[in-house]
Design a protein around this ligand. Sequence first.
Ligand code: ZN
Length: 248
Amino acid sequence: MLKKLFITAALPILTAASLPETGPVPPMKPTAQAQAEAPKTTEKTPEAPSSGKADITEHQKPEDPQALSACLDQLTRQGVGFRKLDRQDGPGACGIEQPVELSEPAKGLVIEPPAILRCQTAAAIVDWTREMLLPAARRAYPETQPVRLANASSYVCRNRNSAETGKVSEHAKGNALDLARIDFADGQSLTLQPRDKGSDFAAAFLHSMTASACLYFTTVLSPGSDATHQDHLHLDILERKSGYRYCR
Ligand SMILES: [Zn+2]
């Protein structure tokens, strides 16, 4: 597994179709970017020798100290429930220089289990829940309110879709969160699964959540968007040079 990670980390600098997500690369066409976390079952990844350099290129981009400090200050000012964790180091591109454990993005709304993320990811979750999710819930569920977001996955060292080969997941860099369920104060729960648009208020709420998430995250994979995203909502802040967003 370790070896595979190193080998696959070498690929982005060797193949034009999968340029590195970081570093000085020219803008790409959306079609090349659009692969996001989509399954690659039909796509053969060319084997290439590991150069060793790839780990340096692909390894976690150092946090900008000023941006990190501003982010942490902002979470504190906003009264977010979080704490700083020790640096997470993993093989290849895995790891977070300054992880935070996000436990309560908004007052009265917890994430369980608490999510281990980069600060910028946590900040996006905080803003989205406060500005979009909670107001939408007030409209859809006026008699109650969300109290818990079920975290299905935050930081974990793995490839996209847990595949044996391919690009490393944004989860492995602290850039991503998967949500599986929303629990409400009155005991009801909304599982994040495919729902027909316009069929009921739960579906309308889910679609407003996923649509609004694209304003805060650069990748949004809604329940049902592909074979590996049937039972959760994937959100990440992958930086693409072209500014392209992949929201499905
Ligand atoms: Zn995910």
